[in-house]
Design a protein around this ligand. Structure first.
Ligand code: DC
Length: 221
């Protein structure tokens, strides 16, 4: 079973996807990691973010293993790293170079230790539209920019990374502009859209599980 969870930054996709992966014993693919890896590589090599050729080359060379190594760098999820990821994700040849790696995973999903899985939860922006258009169930998780910025701000605070709420809100709005300029980032026509602004993580999780359980019964028939 392949489930896709798309939506804007800090809408709660990651937490939801990880919990769903546990509940349904599926593996979890956080597709933002591929763009974060390329963005971080640009920062490490001191390449300006407008240097599309270098970004494309890094994307072409990226392996799963290298991505996991880069994910240990503290800048992988920092404000600077997020900005770099958003910039490289807006370069079409970078997206094209990273497509196969993401699609291949759905054909042979495995857990982190390499054991085969019965399916995967994809978390991203275009997983229901481009990466896995034939997914069994698609969700689009969203929330207002203010709610999302507050969630991200608290995350940075917990990690001791300096930022102000205003700065995070500004960046959230800028990233939305960058990420949602792409047609592929709009909800898939067959996606279930959930606005999480007024709900807790637990409430969203329960609602999504209900939908998956119902859908599974239909798929089994
Ligand atoms: O989900 P995230 O914040 O880790 O994603 C990092 C960046 O990558 C974000 O700016 C959007 C982009 N992204 C994308 O364009 N397509 C995806 N499937 C996943 C992420």
């Amino acid at each position: 079973m392949i489930i896709t969870i798309d939506g804007p930054a800090a809408a709660g996709k990651g937490t939801l996807a990880a919990s769903l992966a546990k509940r349904y014993r599926l593996t979890y693919f956080d597709t933002g990691m591929v763009y974060r890896a390329v963005g971080l590589q640009m920062l490490l090599e001191n390449c300006p973010l407008e240097d599309k050729i270098s970004a494309e080359n890094f994307a072409k060379q990226l392996t799963f293993q290298r991505m996991m190594e880069l994910s240990k760098n503290p800048n992988f999820r920092s404000l600077e790293g997020s900005h770099a990821a958003s910039a490289v994700a807006a370069i079409p040849p970078v997206r094209a170079a990273l497509l196969k790696m993401q699609q291949d995973f759905s054909k042979k999903p495995v857990f982190a230790d390499g054991t085969p899985a019965d399916g995967a939860i994809y978390d991203g922006r275009d997983t229901g539209t481009v990466i896995c258009p034939d997914a069994d169930i698609k969700f689009f998780i969203t929330a207002t920019p203010e709610v999302r910025a507050m969630r991200r701000f608290k995350e940075y605070e917990q990690k001791g990374q300096a930022s102000s709420f205003e700065e995070v809100l500004e960046q959230t709005i800028a990233r939305d502009k960058n990420d949602f300029a792409r047609e592929s980032s709009q909800p898939a026509k067959d996606a279930v859209i959930i606005d999480t602004s007024d709900f807790s993580i637990e409430q969203v999780f329960e609602k999504v599980c209900e939908i998956i359980d119902q859908r599974q019964k239909t798929l089994e028939k």
